[in-house]
Write a protein that binds this ligand. Structure first.
Ligand SMILES: NC(=O)NCCC(=O)O
Ligand SMILES: [Zn+2]
Ligand SMILES: [Zn+2]
Length: 485
């Protein structure tokens, strides 16, 4: 078997920075040390060698709001690799009354052209005995240990508290981790109707219909339900202080709750919605919406202090033409933005280069933390012997101006258009294959493989042991007074 050596670089992991070469054979790391040699040598002098990024929140070819998100598993994973992301996790969304397993077959069928590894979260969009039963198959046979719950999108993907609580309890039994999109869907529906009735139909009203309180309330509710079910919780796209506060408080009380801010919320603010150009504003419509600077500061602080764990993208890209479905009503603008290609360079530029994050924290929040949360560490998220050679050779001096004209995503704009980023891959390797080389795209369609994820043991077991210890117990009494005396 041929070998590849990444030579002369500085390895940066979530907890270490040191000079060493990395030798790869058969798609995995086989040796780390000085003066290694191999059949192919990749020059990493002056660069950092880091675990490839993992984006745990993407929607490729997602059926949503009467259309499909524009990037598929080929263009989406190609965009990811181009920016240093070597694995994505998409969401399998069963339709009303659809079997989870049938939905999974549909999602499997979308992936044949994936250029990087991927996995799925399974969405729970209703509740019945079949879902209860199939969750076990999903976890034990299909390699999926995460279940997503939408607390918003009333009349579509949304589940109610009783359904969500039942699913959380099932997650406890199965060693699975529930995820929530935390916005109060009833309140959003009511505010949307009011805004439209008052003639507020532009994209800016999307933000008015989903204030931070809507997110804070739902985040807190989900945390309380998870605590009562005795299960950890992962909150996707945490965008504001109210939601962050709920997560912070829960973590201080010892609860295992993970928060995931998006690169968009960290770097773009609500002023985008007041742009006079309808297309500009509509292209940035996503849920939750962009917030103000105070909320952004809160998210950065969360990443620094560890109360927030992961930076994702929620990549769900719609073309301008698709966004125009909502010309007469913001409620019909497909929700979602792109970001897969830009997450790592944007976070490096606005995080590491500004001193807000260390390089090791960068690796933690783009790769290692989520690998641990998803139970795929150290196969992914690590530079260790035996780990998959999903690696990025990061050139902190390489720069570019983000532009839709040169991006990999198939849409016709980029929400980060015009931003100067410094810090880009020199090479991106997916299981040892060099897919990106000095900006040249050499991705291989069909190279990407499904990443099987085993159920959780440690945290779920600890929580259920504790729950059992403090479970309600009937007090056996003697000398009970006779009735009627
Ligand atoms: N976030 C968004 O606006 N679109 C994608 C679906 C979701 O994650 O809520
Ligand atoms: Zn969402
Ligand atoms: Zn999403």
């Amino acid at each position: 078997m041929t070998t590849t050596v990444i030579k002369g670089g500085t390895i940066v992991t979530a907890d270490l920075t040191y000079k060493a070469d990395v030798k790869i054979e058969g798609g995995v790391i086989v040796e780390i040390g000085p003066n290694l040699s191999g059949d192919t040598v990749l020059d990493a002098v002056g660069c950092y060698v880091m675990p490839g990024g993992i984006d745990p929140h993407v929607h490729l070819e997602m059926p949503f709001m009467g259309t499909y998100s524009a990037d598929n598993f080929e263009s989406g994973t190609r965009a990811g690799l181009s920016g240093g992301t070597t694995m994505v996790v998409d969401f399998c969304l069963p339709g009303p009354d659809q079997s989870l397993l049938d939905a999974l077959t549909m999602w499997d069928n979308k992936t044949s052209r994936a250029t990087a590894d991927y996995s799925f979260h399974m969405a729970i969009t209703g509740w019945n005995e079949r879902i209860f039963d199939e969750m076990k198959t999903v976890v034990q046979d299909k390699g999926i240990n995460t279940f997503k719950h939408f607390m918003a999108y009333k009349g579509a993907l949304m589940v109610n508290d009783d359904e969500m609580f039942a699913s959380f309890q099932r997650c406890t039994e199965l060693g699975a981790l529930p995820l929530v999109h935390a916005e109060n869907g009833d309140v959003v529906a009511s505010m949307t109707a009011k805004l439209l009735a008052e003639g507020n139909n532009g994209p800016e009203a999307h933000a008015y219909s989903r204030p931070p309180e809507v997110e804070g309330e739902a985040t807190n509710r989900a945390i309380m339900l998870a605590d009562m079910a005795g299960v950890p919780l992962y909150v996707v796209h945490t965008s504001c202080e109210q939601a962050h506060e709920a997560i912070r408080r829960a973590r201080q009380k010892g609860m295992r709750v993970y928060g995931e801010p998006l690169i968009q919320h960290l770097t773009l603010d609500e002023s985008e919605y007041f742009n006079k150009d309808w297309d500009h504003a509509a292209r940035r419509v996503m849920s939750p919406p962009f917030r103000n600077k105070q909320h952004q500061d809160s998210l950065w602080a969360g990443l620094q202090s560890g109360s927030l764990s992961v930076v994702a993208t929620d990549h769900c890209a719609f073309t301008t033409e698709q966004k125009r479905f909502g010309l007469d009503s913001f409620a019909k603008i497909p929700n979602g933005t792109g970001g897969l290609e830009d997450r790592m360079p944007m976070l490096w530029t606005y995080g590491v280069a500004t001193g807000r994050l260390t390089m090791n924290e960068f690796v933690a929040v783009t790769s290692t933390n989520i690998a641990k949360i998803l139970n795929i560490y150290p196969k992914k998220g690590a530079v260790l012997v035996g780990a998959d050679a999903d690696l990025v050779v990061w050139d902190a001096k390489r720069s570019k101006t983000i532009s839709a004209k040169t991006q990999q995503s198939s849409i016709d704009y980029n929400v980060f258009e015009g931003k100067e980023v410094t810090g880009l891959p020199r090479y991106t390797l997916t299981r040892g294959y060099v897919a990106i080389e000095e900006g040249a795209v050499k991705t291989r369609e069909g190279h990407g493989k499904f990443v099987h994820r085993e159920p959780f043991t440690a945290v779920n077991k600890a929580l259920s042991t504790w729950k059992e210890l403090v479970a309600p117990r009937k007090v056996e009494r003697t000398g009970i007074p006779a009735t009627g005396v």
